[in-house]
Design a protein around this ligand. Structure first.
Ligand code: ZN
Length: 134
């Protein structure tokens, strides 16, 4: 598996508008756009940081994964995403190494990327996302 860089940090927020104000007005990042991922019940907002990004995650429904995360842990870093050269190959390699995967096959994420999550129990407590540009 070849990891190319940290693609983005996923940060759970209660309010996209509040989060956006902080990351643009205070931190001076450029807002790259917003996208709703219906099947994950989440609004995503991206902010460029060099080759990486900050991704804000706002829930669109009280039973969505981000709503549940906020209930349990509050706002903060929810996942770290690594860009890989070939996501199918990376998942196969990890599976062969006995790593528990949330997604055995890549699905469509924001920005039309292929994404997949590894189980935090297999990664020392970090929710790791792999992604591949296509
Ligand atoms: Zn992400």
């Amino acid at each position: 598996m070849k990891i190319l860089n940290i693609d983005h940090l996923g940060i759970a927020v209660k309010s996209m508008d509040e989060g956006k104000k902080f990351w643009t007005d205070i931190m001076g990042l450029e807002f790259d756009g917003q996208e709703t991922i219906e099947e994950q019940k989440v609004n995503t907002g991206f902010f460029a940081v060099g080759e990486s990004e900050v991704e804000l995650l706002e829930s669109t429904a009280p039973d969505g994964p981000i709503a549940r995360y906020l209930e349990k842990r509050g706002e903060g870093i929810q996942h770290i995403a690594f860009r890989v050269e070939n996501i199918e190959e990376a998942l196969k390699e990890l599976k062969d190494k006995g790593i528990r995967l949330i997604d055995e096959k890549p699905r469509k994420g924001a920005g039309n990327k292929k994404i997949a999550f590894l189980h935090p129990k297999a990664t020392g407590g970090v929710l790791v996302e792999l992604c591949e540009e296509q």
